[in-house]
Design a binder for this molecule. Sequence first.
Ligand code: ZN
Length: 133
Amino acid sequence: MLKIEHLGIAVKDLQKSIPLFEQLLNTPCYKTETVTSEAVNTAFFQTGDSKIELLEASKAESPIGKFVDKKGEGIHHIAFEVENIEAEMKRLAALGFELLNESPKKGADNKLVCFLHPKTTNGVLIELCQEIR
Ligand code: ZN
């Protein structure tokens, strides 16, 4: 894995959290994007070589909505950038890690993504991501 590409943080209200993180990080939100397939609204901030991704449920049955209901706002996932997502998925599946999607899917911020089930990663939801070139 190349680096921590971003940290995903679940929030209740993006319109409140965007200015808060702009103040905290002292950098403007450079992109907002809705990922319809995941029922999530996202906002991105660049922090050096990594990013912060804020995630807000775009409807009630959203996985992010369920997460916030259960655990409250907070760190939701860690995303690692990989060179070749399909090779990395094969490598991890062979080691017994449970992949949440069988083939890479289109995520926010021009990425192919795959998530690993937290039950095989010490409770941490892991995202693999590869830039779509
Ligand atoms: Zn992410």
